[in-house]
Design a protein around this ligand. Structure first.
Ligand code: TXA
Ligand code: MG
Length: 340
């Protein structure tokens, strides 16, 4: 299946977006830039088209897709029983990297929602994404454009690495500004439940309500048979081939730990400005939470590019967007955390 298509790289020009929208109307899948990560977009209302997304990614069929809209008015076409809190969130954070899980309307087929009766909806701020949605005239289902289990792609080249031959086209919109996927929330009485942290942080959501529940799946490894609020929580995620270990310590202790146990094939993921002597390969991943969010997925891909087998990673700050960085790194590390 991986050489079914001769994958074309498109630009975000009007002409190329019209071409991509035409592919979508014909039931095909297109690689689409967004402000968070690249997505694999198809008509969310067309079950055959949505099935192609799952096939291209190798994604389990019970993991629902986020549906992308280009205007706030489209929300009531696909979701119902929208609580006042959700309207407030839309007012404050849309367009932007926030996904809201709401009861779905019948136009959204069950393949799109992974068999659930809810749908995750997001209005991206990326101009190209919105242009593609409005040009196709459809809400677009779009998961991150990586092979299932791999780090999410933050540029068009990484999409091509994973999707070459599997989809007909990718729109190259450059590097993604945010770098981690959208914040996913649901609503429960007067509370907001955080299902996946992202750029829209807990601190920012506090402006809407103090009543925020952080789902257990955000920071803990759930049992294989656990009942989850968001199916994505239970799957292996963002993993490079290397084994990642998160080291929670000062930089001094980190350096000592790494150098004392150094083996061929080891590498480190450290913050910009830090240095380690010796010939251990270094992948830098930023020195502010915003920069770490932009860098985390390409840093994980770089670990594979340099052929690392074991990677020791500095533990990021967990406030603001840092919580999203830590959440992704935890999964990439299969929850291996060493505290010194
Ligand atoms: O930033 C993003 O959200 C990117 C870009 C492309 O928009 N998309 C993305 O999609 O990250 P994906 O499929 O890789 O992740 C969607 C997450 C999954 O963990 C899924 O389980 C959860 O959102 N999700 C989607 N619909 C849901 C629903 N109805 N109920 C609970 N969780 C849901
Ligand atoms: Mg994903």
């Amino acid at each position: 299946m991986s050489d079914m298509y001769n994958t074309r790289m498109l630009s975000p020009s009007d002409e190329d977006i019209a071409f991509a929208a035409d592919l979508i109307c014909k039931g095909e899948v297109v690689g689409m830039p967004t402000e968070t990560v690249y997505g694999l977009a198809a008509d969310a209302t067309n079950p055959c088209a949505v099935k192609k997304i799952f096939e291209a990614k190798g994604r389990p069929s019970d993991n629902p897709l986020i549906v992308h809209i280009s205007e706030k008015d489209m929300l009531s076409d696909i979701a119902c029983e929208i609580p006042a809190l959700a309207l407030k969130c839309a007012q404050m954070f849309w367009p932007g990297p926030l996904t809201m899980v709401l009861p779905k309307k019948a136009v959204i087929p069950s393949v799109t929602s992974g068999g659930l009766d809810t749908v995750g909806v997001r209005l991206p701020s990326d101009e190209t994404a919105r242009h593609l949605i409005s040009k196709s005239g459809k809400p677009l289902a779009a998961p991150s454009a990586n092979l299932s289990g791999s780090p999410s792609p933050t540029n068009a080249k990484y999409v091509l690495d994973d999707m070459n031959g599997r989809i007909p086209a990718i729109i190259d919109g450059g590097e993604c500004g945010v770098g981690v996927e959208s914040t996913v929330i649901s609503f429960q009485d007067d509370a907001i439940r955080l299902l996946r942290p992202g750029y829209i942080s807990v601190e920012m959501l506090h402006e809407i309500t103090e009543n925020i529940i952080i789902d257990k799946g955000v920071l803990e490894q759930l049992a294989l048979n656990a009942k989850v609020s968001s199916p994505g929580m239970k799957y292996k995620h963002y993993s490079p081939k290397a084994e990642i270990y998160i080291i929670k310590s000062s930089f001094e202790d980190f350096r000592e730990y790494v150098l004392s146990d150094y083996k061929q094939g080891d590498a480190v993921m450290i913050f910009d400005g830090e240095e380690i002597d010796g010939d251990i390969p270094i992948v830098y991943y930023g020195n502010t939470s915003e920069r770490q969010a932009q860098r985390i997925f390409s840093a994980l891909r770089e670990c594979d590019e340099i052929g690392a087998r074991r990677v020791f990673a500095r533990c990021p700050e967990t406030s603001g967007v840092g919580l999203a960085v830590y959440n992704r790194l935890l999964r990439a590390a299969a929850f291996r955390v060493i505290e010194i």
